[in-house]
Design a binder for this molecule. Structure first.
Ligand code: SAJ
Length: 458
């Protein structure tokens, strides 16, 4: 049972009892692609959940039983609401009603590409303002090692309570992979670390009743670092294949063929795919949280910086490829009609955040291209930036025929690429979406300039 220095923490015992009897009220701060799936799992496990969000529109929509997150069906939201297990509010003062609070707020980068933990600070301040004895607080947002202990703990202790006795503080990284049909919040093993052993014990008592597999580690720093290793691993390996793509382009080698051949190695290799760059709210950003922290400790994480540079290069590589492909047809990019196919940051989702497609569009327009986009998941670009408000054009035969070049940036499964190749005069394929469709008007990501003049592809 929960003890502190051998003495049983009264508050821990009370909280454990509430968790066991399912009387515990759970709070989730931030009802986005991480928070809402967590709400759904807490409610499924039979706990009453209060959702907190700064957006009144999100709160209103959820209370009406509608989901704004692709991976959470509205039926699940409506069921939890109708069963009295889920209610959302913008009133952070109600955090005092919660016995356990999971914080799932964004951790973006600032304009100077430094960590922006302002959302974590604001959420922690709201929790602190309403803090009462016996609460468990778990940060789920990806952040630099030390955030939980160095930033959140002093704020929470400012009200006089002691961690591990009066309140309990943990870090448990989210591992949501939007659009993943197989791995979701409940069945993905969940890493967790506590500021004290009692913090961890209390959190495990709750999460073990909700998640299939919990993975306790020795500290909040270990849990924070685990997440950063996971995403830095992806960023660096994606950068590796992106560099191999640029090398293959100069060698006249098909990088997809090389990667598929390498992937036949049954051990010691993991397949990553080159593309137009990396997007999303995680992979482009999270590694720079670690780089920033290490700079404060006088250590330069060279691999992270280099991977970021290579991945950021890819939209330029794609824009040049489009220009070369048009040039091979004696067309200038300037004044040419270019259709960008797919703007979401990866296939079969509707999220455009940090999408490399936005860079590709910007670069093509800077060179005088007349650019439209079509994306079956993104009717309008709502993300901030110069493309905000742009609408998807219908993928009609006329649109395809009238384009001077179609560039496949995101390879959504629902698009008929054979039709695109048949109707468009020129296709630049950055995702190997047209593999198996042999046509002279298709230029692959690593079709070198020499090959662009080959009348028909081998
Ligand atoms: N990408 C490539 N080549 C690849 C894989 C991905 O170019 O081989 C690109 C994608 O197109 C996308 C970006 O990288 O633009 C990120 O893709 P991602 O597959 O890492 O997907 P995310 O960022 O939505 O989710 C990832 C999770 N995905 C996987 O593990 C497959 C996981 O790393 C984290 O749970 C999540 O980030 C997070 O929230 O941290």
């Amino acid at each position: 049972m929960a003890t502190v220095n051998g003495v049983r923490s009264v508050e821990a015992g009370r909280l454990l009892a509430k968790i066991e009897s399912k009387q515990a009220v759970l709070g989730v701060v931030g009802l986005g692609y991480v928070g809402l799936p967590l709400v759904a799992e807490f409610a499924r496990a039979g706990y009453r959940v209060i959702g907190f969000d700064i957006s009144a529109a999100v709160v209103e929509s959820l209370n009406a039983g509608r989901s704004h997150i692709q991976d959470v069906p509205s039926e699940a939201v409506a069921r939890a609401v109708n069963e009295g297990l889920f209610h959302s509010t913008t009133d952070m003062g109600r955090l005092g009603e919660c016995d356990a609070i999971s914080i799932c707020v964004p951790t973006p980068l600032s304009k100077t590409r430094d960590p922006d933990v302002s959302y974590v600070v604001a959420a922690t301040q709201s929790v602190t303002d309403a803090v009462r004895p016996g609460q468990l607080i778990v940060l789920e947002s990806t952040t630099y090692p030390g955030t939980t202990r160095e930033l959140m703990l002093p704020m929470l202790e400012a009200k006089g309570g002691h961690v591990g006795e009066d309140f309990f503080l943990c870090f448990s990284p989210e591992r949501v992979d939007p659009g993943n049909e197989r791995w979701h919040t409940r069945n993905t093993p969940k890493v967790i670390g506590g500021v004290t052993p009692t913090c961890l014990e209390v959190a495990l008592a709750l999460y073990n009743r909700v998640m299939d597999t919990m993975v306790p580690v020795s500290s909040t720093e270990a849990a924070e670092m685990t997440k950063l290793l996971e995403n830095t691993f992806r960023s660096i390996n994606i950068a590796l294949v992106n560099e191999m793509a640029q090398a293959s382009d100069r060698l006249g080698v098909d990088v997809w063929e090389v990667i598929n051949a390498a992937a036949t190695k049954p051990f010691g290799f993991m397949k990553f795919l080159p593309g137009p760059g990396i997007g999303g709210h995680c992979i482009p950003l999270d590694p720079h949280y670690l780089a920033w922290k290490m700079r404060t400790l006088n250590y330069k994480t060279r691999m992270i910086e280099l991977a970021g540079e290579i991945n950021k290069e890819m939209p330029y590589f794609v824009a040049d490829k489009v220009q070369d492909a048009l040039n091979a047809q004696r067309k200038a990019l300037h004044g040419s009609r270019v259709l960008v196919l797919g703007v979401a940051y990866k296939k079969d989702i509707d999220d455009v955040r940090e999408s490399p497609a936005l860079d590709v569009i910007r670069l093509l327009e800077e060179k005088g291209g007349l650019v439209d986009y079509h994306d079956p998941f993104v009717a309008r670009v709502r993300e901030d930036g110069e493309l905000r408000g742009r609408d998807s054009v219908p993928l009609t035969d006329e649109t395809l025929r009238a384009s001077d070049c179609v560039v496949i940036v995101t390879d959504h499964s629902s698009v008929d690429y054979r039709r695109v190749v048949e109707l468009a005069p020129l296709v630049v394929d950055t995702r190997n979406a047209t593999h198996g469709i042999f046509a002279s008007n298709v230029i692959a990501l690593t079709d070198s300039y020499q090959r662009l003049h080959t009348p028909t592809r081998a």
